[in-house]
Write a protein that binds this ligand. Structure first.
Ligand SMILES: Cc1ncc(COP(=O)(O)O)c(C=O)c1O
Length: 373
């Protein structure tokens, strides 16, 4: 593998996880489709790195090397972000343990905690991303999600990790919204990163992916063992597509952030939009911590248009803003979160900037807001 740690973001993304150049070979080898592989009849599975597709796949290993380089730890990829998060929680938590989860993070994690974790006797405490957080004495794991989806509050990872470690708790950070170019939680003191790669990391709205990354060999091995027995692995083609997409991560994020800055400027000046949040705005409550902790601000912002009808009129009128959930893709999208059962007001919108030209987006969003009044 190439050692890319000394390079800048664009270079690191282009080269992450690529094998050493070999004449006649592609830059990124194509996907290896295999359930079983040929075995040596005398030595069995010990003779080769690949024996069976659930634990072993070379395409997946290259992607894990790439994401691991970007996060600064060992990586294991999963079939989706939810598979990675629930896998991490079930790897670490046992009946009688206490876990602290964000009260304002991705709602499906809270649903899993209420349905499954509490069902097996895990005590679940919820805390807002911006705090206050409870005392961590007796807590096994603190999961932070920063910036939080969808409200975009930010948690001070270094400060909370210090507090948690002093109390003997582990810290996991959901790095979905920031991506490893936006912040490196392992450098900030987190024990483990967990994320959905479905969003900006891969950014083409064409696959589901999740991952766990850590510097702890014990944690890595426990998560690997969990994945091997539960089987939530991504297919080879999705892993290959994800790796191919990583090469443009720096470019995509740069354009998305610039577009978010332009739209934040527009939305901040309108009297028919309330509750604007974007951690890049100097007046945003999350800005002071984000400015210190984050290397770049994501291209996602949120605001309130008052009611569901105005959101629908806005999306109908917009030509460049697609009504769609998820975020971080090449195309600008907006999602009225309450329609999914997320605990947000009826007119609350999460808007994810794509890589269109800022001038076109600003014109389109201005016209759609005017038309939807
Ligand atoms: C912050 C966050 N974490 C995890 C997930 C789950 O990821 P996936 O949809 O890939 O399962 C999401 C999905 O929206 C998310 O926003």
């Amino acid at each position: 593998m190439s050692d890319v740690t000394e390079h800048h973001d664009g270079t690191r993304c282009v080269r992450a996880g690529l094998p050493e150049p070999a004449p006649g070979q592609p830059f990124l080898p194509g996907p290896v489709f295999a359930a079983p592989y040929h075995l040596d009849p005398w030595t069995g599975p010990a003779a080769a790195p690949d024996g069976y597709g659930r634990p072993d796949n070379p395409t997946r290993r290259l992607l894990e090397a790439a994401v691991g380089e970007l996060e600064g730890g060992d990586c294991r990829v999963f079939a989706s972000g939810q598979a990675a998060i629930t896998g991490l929680l079930l790897t670490l938590l046992r009946p009688g343990d206490t876990v602290v989860l964000p009260s304002d993070g991705y709602f499906a994690v809270r649903a899993f905690a209420a349905d499954t974790l509490e069902g097996i006797g895990v005590r679940v405490l919820l805390a807002p991303t911006a705090g206050p957080h409870p005392a961590f004495d007796g807590v096994r794991l603190v999961l932070l999600e920063t910036p939080a989806n969808p409200g975009l509050d930010v948690a001070d990872v270094a400060a909370l990790a210090a507090r948690a470690h002093a109390a003997g708790a582990l810290v996991a950070v959901d790095n979905t919204t920031a991506t490893p170019l936006g912040q490196r939680p392992l450098d900030l003191g987190a024990d483990v990163v967990v994320a959905s790669g479905t969003k900006a990391l891969t950014g083409h709205s064409d696959l589901l992916l999740g991952y766990v990354a850590t510097r702890s060999p014990e944690l890595r091995d426990a998560v690997t063992a969990w994945r091997n027995v539960t089987g939530a692995v991504p297919g080879a083609f999705d892993a290959w597509l994800a790796h191919r997409s990583l090469a443009t991560l720096d470019l995509r994020l740069a354009r998305q952030t610039a577009n978010a800055q332009a739209l934040a400027g527009l939305l901040a000046g309108r009297d028919d939009v309330t509750g604007l949040r974007w951690p890049g705005l100097p007046g945003d409550p999350a800005h002071p911590v984000a400015a210190v902790q984050m290397r770049r601000i994501p291209g996602v912002l949120c605001f309130d248009l008052g009611d569901a009808g105005r959101v629908a009129r806005f999306l109908d009128a917009a030509r460049l803003v697609a009504a769609a959930t998820s975020f971080g893709g090449l195309h600008t999208t907006a999602d009225r979160r309450a329609q999914w059962g997320d605990d947000t007001p009826p007119g609350f919108v999460r808007l994810s900037c794509g890589v269109e030209d800022a001038v076109d987006l600003v014109a389109d969003v201005t016209a759609a807001l005017d038309a939807s009044r």
